[in-house]
Design a protein around this ligand. Structure first.
Ligand code: NAD
Length: 249
């Protein structure tokens, strides 16, 4: 399908990963040009320039950012890591480096992948919207740095009324993502189940958990990017993203 954004050039930081690679595929299908920046070279596709580098290094980012209209930032250390210093270095300091590099390279639009867990403080949330404040304290170091990352990107939003002098940003907050090539959610559940670690019930067994199909998460990112123009209501805001209904067990 064609869209108003066809022909735009995107750089997907973390595009070698699960969500990022699905995003690249869909951007191409919609007539965008897309390239990837990732610390790991995970695939080869003649249509997709692949920049291997560390997002914590501005000098690695700058060549990849040349001529880019929209940056999607969906890189992260593995969420189950216990390495708080790494989360801070990549998600917080690295995101600041990306914002600075975008400005230096003349990129005017940025979509960051945040997480719905930024508002999860440990108690049930049902139909929670974006007015719910960040969890305080956050449940873990990953979530703490996802909230900081989101704030850095949204605080950088600056709509001057002219694209050439603006930096327009939006954050997308998925919860659990599933789909082909999922490295985290389903494999982790399967490993726990095999180890006999999931034979208990939390709450009354009727809890709802929000899992979203990866292509719906991708769709949300692209819609947000397409709306990211001067005067747009989405600039500077965060959006939860989900399937049209929660999955009930
Ligand atoms: P993933 O691990 O598959 O992909 C992340 C990619 O980031 C990897 O390819 C990795 O190599 C890259 N990366 C890590 N550190 C880097 C660095 N220093 N420089 C450059 N690249 C680096 O993870 P994913 O599931 O695709 O997650 C994508 C985004 O979605 C992340 O922001 C994550 O926080 C968010 N998210 C994921 C889920 C989920 O269920 N998978 C849920 C909510 C939010």
């Amino acid at each position: 399908s064609s869209s108003s954004a066809s022909g735009l050039k995107a750089l997907v930081i973390g595009g070698g990963g699960f969500l990022g690679r699905h995003l690249v595929d869909e951007l191409l299908a919609r007539g965008w040009q897309a390239s990837v920046f990732d610390v790991r070279k995970t695939f080869d596709d003649a249509r997709i320039p692949f920049f291997t580098g560390d997002l914590r290094k501005e000098e690695d980012l700058l060549p990849a950012l040349r001529g880019i209209d929209v940056v999607f930032h969906c890189a992260t250390p593995a969420p189950l890591s216990k390495n708080r210093a790494l989360f801070i270095d990549v998600n917080v300091n690295g995101t600041k480096t990306i914002v600075a590099a975008c400005k230096a390279a003349g990129v005017h639009r940025m979509v960051v992948t945040s997480s719905a867990s930024v508002i999860y403080a440990g108690a049930d949330l049902e139909l929670a919207n974006e007015d719910v404040p960040y969890a305080n304290p956050p449940i873990d170091a990953y979530t703490e740095t996802k909230a900081e990352q989101e704030q850095i990107v949204l605080d950088a939003n600056n709509d001057t009324g002219k694209e050439a002098t603006s930096f327009l940003t939006v954050a997308i907050r998925p919860h659990g993502i599933f789909g082909p090539r999922d490295p985290h959610l389903v494999p982790t559940l399967a490993t726990m189940a095999r180890a006999g670690k999931s034979k208990y019930i939390i709450g009354n067994g009727k809890n709802v958990v929000d899992f979203t199909y990866v292509k719906n998460v991708v769709h949300g990112h692209i819609l947000a990017a397409e709306k990211l123009t001067c005067g747009s209501k989405v600039a500077g805001k965060a959006y939860h993203i989900t399937n049209d209904e929660p999955i009930r067990f």
